[in-house]
Design a protein around this ligand. Structure first.
Ligand code: PLP
Length: 396
């Protein structure tokens, strides 16, 4: 559309949402699609959180909240950061937003100028590159692979740094690979960053609680990094609250102030009922959500076992989040059931059409050899999906 801005014309459509739309279309035609493409827990929001929202409605929380979040919610976030991450923040360092996605967009808008480079270890979450580009920044991809458990090495980081590097963005636990940086690995990356004091770090910790190896580490825990780190978190994943749209940052006060300023012009702050409910969510002991994490852990084992039983899939054992990210490049160049498979996008589309299983191409995450399979689905769905995939790829 020539009347649309360059900004929107240059923006890629979210491929996870595009895949979900395609799957919905096939479903509407009566096809029995199993959706393993979305990054969304298949649990309901726990009752104690829903009750808090109902209470907030009855207590007439219906006015604009402070732009950067209710003081009581900031208290709960500050307590959570101390309790779970040993991080000390005060009110002036916290901004509550409409999902962690808006937190990321705020950070990009307030920190990036045209041409500023943002290092993105691959695979990265689908929206990072597009959000950076929207803010006139330049994504710089650092490839990693299944052989190194999708971890960026300090040497790779060092090599990617240029005089234009403004930031590095990563998620740990990682969407889509499930990799988790240990404290030692983060320290090794921090040692490189210590030599480049102007680079800021965005640490996306939204999958913090969905961690099967324990020992979640935050970059901001290192004293020499604290003043340079924006810690992003939210309730979508661990509390099964994707639609409530609440995320937040802990950051140096000058960055938080800027995010508050931009939010003041764009949204006037996050939904007030959701904010009240999140106070209750964050104040609850982590044990209240551990049943979901235990379930994800069981499904992880199931899907890994089933994947390992299909020739051509090479996978790591994810340490967190609820995705597996197998390398499927063995299928490239083959023709399966009449479909010529040149790349991961072809393969993902083949699985949708022939196995009726929705996944997402690794291209969307900066890794063209892999596909992402979400295991936020029931065990019977996972079993059926992997059975269908096995049949589809073995009947060439
Ligand atoms: N960061 C990562 C790594 C994610 O996977 C997601 C959601 O898929 C988000 C941020 C955004 O979460 P929210 O629902 O809070 O906007």
């Amino acid at each position: 559309q020539e009347k649309l801005s360059n900004r929107i014309n240059n923006l890629a459509t979210s491929q996870t949402l595009a895949m979900a739309a395609k799957a919905r279309e096939l479903k509407a035609e009566g096809k029995d699609i199993i959706g393993l493409s979305l990054g969304e827990p298949d649990f309901n929001t726990p009752d104690f959180i829903k009750d808090a929202a109902i209470q907030a409605i009855n207590d007439n929380y219906n006015s604009y909240s402070p732009v950067d979040g209710y003081a009581e919610l900031k208290d709960a976030i500050i307590t959570k950061f101390k309790r779970d991450n040993d991080l000390t923040y005060n009110h002036s360092q916290i901004v509550v937003s409409t999902g962690a996605k808006q937190s990321l967009a705020n950070v990009a808008m307030v920190l990036l100028n045209e041409g500023d480079e943002v290092i993105l270890p691959c695979p990265y979450w689908v929206s990072y590159a597009e959000i950076v580009k929207l803010a006139d920044g330049v994504p710089v991809e650092v490839p990693t692979s299944v052989e190194t458990n999708f971890k960026m090495t300090p040497e790779q980081l060092e090599k990617a740094i240029t005089p234009k590097t403004k930031m590095i963005w990563y998620s740990s636990p990682c969407n889509p690979s499930g990799m988790v940086y240990s404290k030692e690995e983060l320290r090794a990356l921090a040692d490189v960053l210590a030599k480049h004091p102007d680079i800021l770090i965005l640490s996306d910790e939204i999958y913090e609680h969905i961690n099967f190896v324990g020992g979640h580490a935050s970059m901001a825990q290192f004293e020499d990094m604290y003043e340079r780190v924006i810690t992003v978190n939210g309730v979508s994943k661990a509390f099964a609250m994707t639609g409530w749209r609440i995320g937040y940052i802990g950051a140096p006060a000058w960055i938080a102030r800027a995010c508050n300023k931009i939010q003041g012009q764009i949204t006037s702050g996050a939904n007030c009922i959701a904010q009240r409910a999140v106070i209750t969510a964050l104040e609850a002991p982590v044990s209240k959500i551990s049943h979901m994490v235990d379930t994800f852990k069981k499904r992880r084992k199931l899907i890994i076992d089933l994947l390992n039983d299909i020739e051509g899939f090479v996978t790591t054992e994810p340490e967190g989040a609820f995705y597996v990210f197998p390398n499927v490049s063995e299928f490239f160049g083959k023709t399966l059931k009449g479909h010529k498979i040149e790349n991961a996008t072809d393969f993902s589309m083949f699985l949708l059409e022939e196995a009726l299983v929705a996944t997402v191409t690794g291209d969307a995450f900066g890794n063209p050899d892999c596909i992402r399979i979400s295991y936020a689905a029931s065990e019977s769905q996972i079993e059926e999906a992997l059975k269908r995939i096995k049949v589809a790829v073995s009947e060439a």
